[in-house]
Design a protein. Sequence first.
Length: 168
Amino acid sequence: MANENENELQATALPVTIHAQYIRDLSFENPNAQINVRGNQNNPTINVNIGMDARKLDDANTPNLYEVALTINAEATRDNGTVFIAELVYGVTVSVGDVVPEEQHHPLLLIEIPRISFPFARQIMATVTSQGGYPPLLLNPVDFHALYMDRFADDIKAAQEAAAGEAN
């Protein structure tokens, strides 16, 4: 018989505290809604772009306080015309624990915090598009690590080369 402890999952907490989550900006444009929401039309083409940003906030009582913004832009088009445009900036105010070295704040903030907040932003986008008269926009899961690596590939390569140069 297996040890009971082997079957239990160990929960490890991230060294962050989430203080607040909120909609920082939300826009839904529905041009020609009276035409676009009618049935019997071709499905639109939907282009989705996702971005992440973080900025340090000054707070005397909370060290290492940041605002992380997850931005989602979705544009649906049909026959060279815009069906809808949905734009969301979802903010998270978070503090990073002292156990995390300063050089690790950037990836932690731009990978893990968007991963945590994405389901909330996804739900908002689904609700907004549904209230706009369309089926809910159900965004696929996002690999924020891959997005981070793509976005900062040049910076990462330069840092690795600099570290290799120092080692020689």
